[in-house]
Design a protein around this ligand. Structure first.
Ligand SMILES: Cc1cc2nc3c(=O)[nH]c(=O)nc-3n(C[C@H](O)[C@H](O)[C@H](O)COP(=O)(O)OP(=O)(O)OC[C@H]3O[C@@H](n4cnc5c(N)ncnc54)[C@H](O)[C@@H]3O)c2cc1C
Length: 494
């Protein structure tokens, strides 16, 4: 997975928003370092060790296959964008992507890094796979949380908590569980006949996501892109399976730029980039449109029409992403059935300036390729087929880019903010700055939903940091308190 922590200003803003300096960049940085095993360099020098560490369980390294990264960094310099490490206090710039990989070259997620190594060794850890949490349970007549109700293999069960319950079901499901427990916006809960335990208007609100698009394909008269139909060989599979190396050791993206839009500049935030541009150096293969069709829910044949002329040629895409959206969406319950997915309404582009800024990010991406000597030397140019539905607009105009954004943009899967922490007493704060649900006892949330504003980069690293910092908050609270050994814990053989 791409490893990007976000900009220092993201965290300084959280600290200001919550009134708690625990969340400043300076104070969260040790928690990023705690989990990291940074292998992008052999040795950490004094400057690098300010930001990176070697001993954590999460391995961060460059992919073996770097695709077009070299060309991208060269072109970036033409536009005065320096080569940066975007996991430091970075300005606008471009970088080869840092990723979380296992030693065998496969992706390293939180399971491989944190859970797998200890899952059979900790007497105080019980994992119930195949379980669906329905709701949290309260001590009769109080706002004290005592456990959760969940179902497993068709049976409804209860797990009681010795100290507290921590929800980490993600930005879609943590608010869902809270609402099913009677914690949420009163009118919405009443409309579903849920007993309101706590009117907490912010639950499910403040949904943020990064929206992105694939702009391209940029066609080239050179064989520098990776063309799966042409280049994929058996030896590449062997290289990967046996050594974890080669073209298949990649997350599919080579380089990433962080740049500031005119909106950020107007707000005096030029130093806090709000646009990310990820580059993907693989060409349009025969199967690309089918993959995109499925992943992004396109109507049949739309992409076939668009990509037809690119087939068989060297090409690539850029992926501009709106990293600091103004728009806020929401999560609502569809029903009281815990197995039913909630309603997710991201309301992308509800704020007009989001659309304008996103269209600007597409324009920037096209200019970056077409106006750089590096890519001109490869004869790289945007395909001249207009995107279906946008034919009436002239290519390379703002109107065309806005149309492109409306027709071909998708989630970057960075949902967050739906149980946001904030100042106690503020109407929309769901959690206090110690991640405790305001208004009830013994209940915390630790996942992407706690972010007041989504970080301006990929969200996984920030979620891990939230877990690390949250774990310390729990330890600090309970260090001196005695565990009530009399409570029941529902344990069973796995
Ligand atoms: C396709 C994709 C690609 C991504 N790529 C990257 C990337 O390259 N880099 C990056 O930084 N970020 C990436 N992200 C984003 C990143 O994965 C998320 O931001 C991060 O995982 C969020 O962590 P979380 O703890 O909030 O939620 P999650 O990781 O979603 O964890 C929530 C967990 O709770 C479980 N759960 C939910 N409801 C219940 C319930 N009722 N009962 C029991 N269990 C429940 C879920 O099964 C899940 O295991 C990607 C996301 C997706 C979907």
């Amino acid at each position: 997975m791409m490893y990007a922590r976000g900009h220092p200003e993201d965290y300084n803003y959280w600290a200001k928003f919550t009134g708690d300096n625990r969340w400043t960049y300076e104070n969260v940085l040790p928690y990023f370092k705690k989990s990291e095993n940074f292998e992008c360099v052999d040795e950490l020098d004094a400057e690098t060790s300010k930001y990176h560490a070697k001993n954590g369980p999460l391995t961060v390294r460059y992919a073996d296959y770097k695709g077009l990264a070299h060309h991208i960094l060269k072109a970036a310099k033409e536009f005065q964008y320096p080569t940066i490490d975007y996991n430091t206090e970075f300005p606008q710039g471009f970088a080869v992507i840092q990723n979380t990989f296992q030693n065998n070259g496969f992706r390293m997620g939180t399971f491989q890094a944190f859970l797998k190594p200890i899952r059979n060794t900790r007497p105080n850890l019980t994992i119930h796979k195949f379980s669906l949490v329905h709701k949290v349970l309260f001590e009769e007549g109080t706002n004290k949380v005592i456990g959760v109700e969940y179902s497993r293999h068709g049976k409804v069960k209860i797990a009681y908590a010795k100290k507290e319950v921590i929800l980490s079901a993600g930005a879609i499901n943590s608010p869902k569980i809270l609402m099913l427990s009677g914690i949420g916006p009163k009118e919405h809960l009443e409309s579903l006949n849920i007993d309101v335990k706590l009117d907490s208007p912010g639950v499910g609100k403040n949904l943020q996501d990064h929206i992105g698009t694939f702009i391209g394909p940029f066609i080239m008269n050179d064989t520098v892109s990776y063309h799966p139909d042409r280049d994929l060989t058996l030896s590449m599979f062997l290289d990967f399976w046996l050594r974890g190396k080669g073209v298949l050791n990649t997350v599919g993206s080579d380089a990433s730029g962080f740049v500031s839009s005119s909106r950020a500049v107007e707000l005096g935030e030029k130093h806090w980039p709000d646009i990310q541009i990820i580059t993907t150096g693989y060409a349009v293969s025969d199967s690309l449109e089918k993959g995109f069709e499925k992943a992004f829910n396109f109507k049949p044949n739309v992409l076939q029409k668009y990509y037809d002329k690119a087939k068989g040629k060297d090409s690539f895409h850029l992926v501009p992403i709106l990293n600091r959206p103004v728009t806020r969406g929401e999560i609502l319950l569809k029903s009281t059935d815990p197995a039913e997915h909630p309603l997710i309404d991201p309301k992308y582009f509800n704020d007009e300036s989001d659309l304008k800024t996103f269209a600007e990010s597409i324009r920037l991406s096209v200019n970056f390729i077409e106006n750089s000597k590096t890519f001109q030397a490869l004869d790289a140019r945007l395909i001249d087929t207009p995107f279906p539905g946008c034919e009436k607009h002239k290519l390379r105009t703002d109107a065309y880019y806005e149309c492109y954004a409306r027709h071909f943009s998708q989630t970057i899967w960075h949902y967050s903010g739906t149980c946001a922490m904030g100042k106690e007493g503020s109407k929309d704060a769901v959690l206090n700055s110690q991640l405790e649900v305001i208004g009830v006892e013994n209940l915390r949330v630790m996942d992407a939903s706690v972010m007041p504003t989504v970080v301006s980069a990929n969200t996984n690293a920030a979620c891990i940091m939230i877990g690390e910092l949250g774990a310390d908050l729990v330890k600090q609270k309970h260090e001196k308190s005695k565990v009530n050994e009399n409570v029941k814990i529902d344990r069973e053989e796995l």
